[in-house]
Ligand binder design. Structure first.
Ligand SMILES: NC(=O)c1ccc[n+]([C@@H]2O[C@H](COP(=O)([O-])OP(=O)(O)OC[C@H]3O[C@@H](n4cnc5c(N)ncnc54)[C@H](O)[C@@H]3O)[C@@H](O)[C@H]2O)c1
Length: 315
């Protein structure tokens, strides 16, 4: 059985991925520093659901600390490394751009180097649809990212992708780059629109919508995880894959769906925020063809599951 190391495994996507890998009997090792971008208590809860499994270990380490990172890689000698640890969030990246060079680029270099030195065969990196910049409301294909991005977060992810290519070529490991499109679902990151809206609506608070005519290719967490697991078994080469639903949902549509659950919903409109792209729409042809990726959860169903989870855990 493969040994798999997951950086950022205490986070939203990483904890769901780890749960799935444990259910498939993989040996999993998480490195996460429980960064205070959002409360560490929430990440601890995500970890608690994983602990107790004999195939699971966790290290609270900052990946910027090379010695401690190297130590864990040497000790466990993972076959595959999912690198998800990063400082997320477009608006925050405009406030603290240098932090994104540290957390999204420098930490990535440490992981890429440690993976190569311990003989890992496959590195799988969490990139983002933000690397496409603003290209209008068109399906985005993998080859359409040119570096013309509009936020420090996106610039860091685009740069990190390039470091991934460099180290894959230097060490000869297989590289998979995922570009996720706005992931949502239970335990969703609390700063992201759907999580934030649902939490505020449950507390009878007004929600704030930025900009007009925006749209997002919202992707349910289980679909993202199925695409990531499918990529584990890829046989060769360095590849980039969009993981999205393949169907953009406009803000008006999202508000309509939310109103079905929260009829008294109050919405305040505000100007668009710098750094936010207008629309995202994933062309998922490549992931379908090469990974057999097939998103299964329709948006209405995913939203209902997310609201049901929030009612149980967020109130
Ligand atoms: N959620 C999305 O919609 C989305 C979309 C595109 C890309 N991504 C990318 O996917 C990855 C996971 O995102 P998420 O939404 O689960 O975010 P998250 O913040 O929930 O998870 C990231 C985890 O990484 C950890 N971390 C950060 N820096 C670290 C460091 N230096 N050392 C150790 N641990 C560190 C954090 O503590 C956190 O638990 C990120 O790279 C993010 O940029 C997410």
């Amino acid at each position: 059985m493969l040994k798999i190391l997951i950086t950022g495994g205490a986070g939203f996507i990483g904890s769901h991925l780890t749960a799935k890998l444990l259910s498939l009997n993989y040996e999993t090792v998480i490195i996460d520093n429980l960064h205070p971008y959002y409360p560490a208590e929430r990440k601890m809860k995500q970890l608690k659901a994983l602990a107790g499994n004999s195939n699971f270990s966790f290290y609270r380490i900052n990946l910027l600390d090379w010695e401690r990172t190297e130590e864990v890689f040497k000790k466990h000698q993972p076959d595959c490394v999912f690198h998800l640890a990063a400082l997320p969030g477009v608006p925050n990246s405009l406030l603290q751009p240098l932090e994104y060079v540290d957390y999204d680029i420098k930490a990535t270099i440490n992981v890429l180097k440690a993976a190569g030195e311990c003989g890992a065969q496959h590195v799988l990196f969490a990139s983002s649809s933000s690397v496409y910049g603003n290209q209008g409301n068109v399906p985005l294909k993998e080859e359409m990212a040119t570096g013309n991005v509009i936020s420090p977060y996106a610039a860091a992810k685009y740069g990190a992708e390039s470091f991934c290519q460099a180290y894959a070529n230097l060490f000869g490991y297989k590289l998979t780059i995922f570009r996720y499109f706005t992931v949502y679902g239970p335990w969703g990151r609390p700063d992201m629109a759907i999580s934030k809206f649902v939490r505020q609506l449950l507390n009878n608070e007004e929600i704030v919508v930025y900009g007009t005519e925006t749209a997002r290719d919202y992707t349910f967490i289980d679909d993202i995880v199925s695409g990531m697991v499918a990529a584990l078994h890829r046989t060769e080469g360095n590849e980039i894959f969009n993981l999205g639903a393949g169907h953009p949902v406009t803000m008006e549509e999202l508000l309509g769906y939310l109103k079905e659950h929260f009829p008294k919903m109050k919405v305040q409109h505000a100007p668009e925020r710098a750094g936010d792209v207008k629309a995202t729409w994933a062309d998922i042809t490549k992931a379908k063809e090469m990974l057999g990726y097939e998103p299964k959860i329709p948006f209405k169903e995913g939203l209902a599951k997310t609201i049901a989870w929030a009612k149980a855990y967020e109130k």
